[in-house]
Design a protein around this ligand. Structure first.
Ligand code: ADP
Length: 609
């Protein structure tokens, strides 16, 4: 059945009920009124008949003329038609007509009962008079023989009907007015009932559309108690739904944030092997935008056979799996620790799976670095220890007696011990710098680059003299940088020591510093150590700053180096947000440059003070 608006259900029903009740009232009122009136008239004309009945009886025994005259006169005076009928139905006298011309009245419905001794009544249209008449006939004893006849009186009911018609008209008028009023009242009531319901409907529709921000509170003013209660319940329900939706949205956003910021790559896959979600890490891993893959078949996104096998297995057997998988997406292979976990809904039914991939490449690399480092440290420490052990054993085996050799051997032992000391010192320095780098705890003060170079030169002056190397300082004035002075000095000393160690005697080493600005206007201080030594082959440059890296292993050790000097320089530069670079031409020399961000102008002035 078609749904009809509440308004159209209430309004016509109210109007209909009013209309029918009004018609009923009118009908009842008019019929009862008419019946009452007619009954009253009947009684009245019967009484009139009873009143003149004896006179008629007496006069009927006499002459005809006075008798008929009495009937005519009385009838005219009383505005009542009077007819006297004998036992055979013959009309003996009539107040309105010539009785001789009148039909036999024995069969008239009012006359017939009177002739049998009863009072008869009839209401009908009189053709003779042309109007509706009410007849009442009573039995009378007529003539000398006192035979039973009938005395009939009749009065016109037209005035009654006219009055009733008038009453009808008035009632109809009242009826129309009442119906009009009923229409207006029904309209008002139907609106009053349907309007709040429509408002509630609109509110509910907004809820279903999920427009929680534009939730309209249903105004319960001018509502009935029940409606106001319903409106309050709906408002409360809407508030609660609103609150819950907000909580769900917040939880979803939190989950979204966790999901997308996870370092692990996560892919959610449904039971039909389609991608439900993929976080940013996974999208980056497969070099795809995470949004586009939603709903795509897994084979179109993940092309690694091992991963696809894992997905198949987990979906078909509904069991978790863990495996290491190597991905060959870019230039370098990526080692992944992969977990495949089935996803179940609250009824424990399978709804897909989750693939979680943890990139082990970096960890692996770090592990390799750690292993290399341990091996390198062990090797570096082992070399002087072996030498010390060897010479001490030789001495104990009798070489002590040979004074010259003993002195030479002890000299070697002390040199190797110094080397050990230097290595341990450098390792400690490196670990301290790394520690500060990690904790970011370093106090930087504005220092002048020229002063750093002078200090470093003073520290290495003896070494330079020993090798007869001239160290020249070429420094622009007033170059300030925020620095930890002892560390930057240490870095320059390391570079200068290398330059002196690897350059031939009599050569020239230059300590230079100058300033520069990049295209963003940022100022930098560059400290360079330039030598004319053997230079460094191109192949060594990328690894030169690694710990224990030496271009020429034997030569490096002979020079007394620990293999950690440049690694320390690199860490010191990083600690200052700076860099260290090398330019070298084999056979011509090398230039090592430390670049530090310059101090802001106001701090430069403080430094100058
Ligand atoms: P080492 O203690 O062996 O000098 P470093 O870390 O200071 O260790 O230097 C690493 C390697 O770089 C050295 O073994 C050497 O081969 C090379 N090297 C460093 N400085 C120079 C230089 N000025 N000229 C030539 N080679 C250099």
């Amino acid at each position: 059945m078609r749904n009809i608006r509440l308004f159209w259900q209430i309004f016509p029903a109210c109007v209909g009920i009013t209309l029918v009740s009004m018609l009923l009232v009118v009908w009842l009122a008019t019929t009862t009124g008419r019946d009452f009136y007619i009954d009253h008239l009947k009684e009245e004309i019967r009484e009139r008949a009873l009143l003149i009945g004896p006179t008629v009886a007496v006069l009927s025994r006499g002459e005809e003329r006075p008798f008929q005259e009495f009937v005519r006169q009385t009838g005219r005076r009383a505005a009542t038609r009077i007819t006297v009928v004998d036992a055979g139905g013959v009309v003996l006298a009539d107040s309105n007509e010539d009785h001789a011309l009148m039909d036999n009245h024995a069969q008239r419905p009012e006359v017939a009962p009177a002739l049998t001794g009863e009072t008869g009544y009839a209401l009908r249209h009189s053709r003779t008079l042309g109007e509706s008449m009410l007849y009442a006939a009573i039995p009378v004893k007529l003539g000398a023989d006192e035979h039973r006849g009938a005395l009939r009186l009749a009065i016109a009911v037209t005035p009654v009907e006219t009055m009733l018609a008038l009453l009808h008209k008035k009632m109809l008028g009242i009826c129309l007015a009442v119906i009009g009023l009923a229409v207006l009242l029904s309209l008002y009531s139907a609106r009053r009932i349907s309007r709040p319901l429509e408002e509630m409907k609109r509110g509910a529709e907004q809820l279903t559309k999920g427009r929680i921000d534009q939730l309209v509170k249903i105004n319960s003013e001018h509502m009935s108690v029940e409606m106001a209660g319903l409106a309050a319940s709906i408002n409360e329900m809407a508030e609660q739904i609103n609150r819950r939706i907000r909580i769900i949205i917040q939880q979803r956003n939190e989950l979204e944030a966790v999901f997308s910021s996870m370092a692990d790559s996560v892919v959610a896959i449904d039971a039909d092997k389609r991608i439900i979600r993929m976080n940013q890490a996974a999208a980056a891993l497969f070099t795809l935008p995470s949004e586009v893959v939603k709903g795509k078949a897994v084979e179109g996104v993940i092309r690694n056979a091992y991963l696809l096998e894992m997905i198949d297995f987990t979906l078909t057997h509904n069991a978790p799996q863990e495996q290491k998988v190597t991905l060959f997406n870019g230039a370098d292979p990526i080692l992944l620790q992969t977990h495949a976990v089935p996803l179940r809904d609250e009824d424990n039914k399978s709804m897909g799976m989750l693939l979680v991939m943890n990139d082990l490449t970096k960890l692996n690399r770090l592990e390799n670095i750690r292993q290399d480092f341990v091996a390198n440290v062990s090797h570096e420490l082992k070399t002087p220890i072996t030498a010390i052990k060897g010479y001490v054993e030789t001495l104990l085996d009798g070489a002590l007696d040979d004074q010259d050799n003993a002195r030479r051997f002890l000299g070697i032992v002390i040199r190797q011990a110094n080397r050990l000391d230097a290595i341990v010192d450098d390792l400690l320095t490196l670990s301290r710098i790394e520690d500060r780098e990690k904790k970011e705890e370093i106090t930087l003060m504005t220092g002048e680059a020229g002063a750093v170079l002078e200090n470093a030169l003073q520290t290495c002056a003896v070494l330079a003299d020993e090798k007869e190397i001239i160290v020249q300082v070429d420094c622009d004035d007033a170059l300030y940088a925020p620095m930890n002075l002892p560390l930057v000095e240490q870095a320059v000393i390391n570079l200068l020591k290398n330059a002196l160690a690897y350059s031939p005697s009599g050569s020239l080493v230059t300590l230079r510093c100058h300033g520069s600005r990049n295209r963003h206007g940022e100022a930098f201080v560059h400290i360079s150590v330039i030598d004319n030594g053997p230079g460094i082959g191109k192949e060594h440059l990328p690894r030169l700053f690694e710990r224990f890296y030496r271009c020429d292993k034997a030569r490096g050790r002979d020079q007394g180096g620990t293999g950690l000097g440049l690694a320390i320089v690199k860490h010191i530069a990083h600690l200052h947000n700076g860099t260290v670079e090398v330019e070298s031409v084999p056979g011509k020399g090398s230039t090592f440059t430390i670049t530090l961000p310059a101090a802001p102008r106001e701090q430069q002035e403080d430094g100058a003070d």
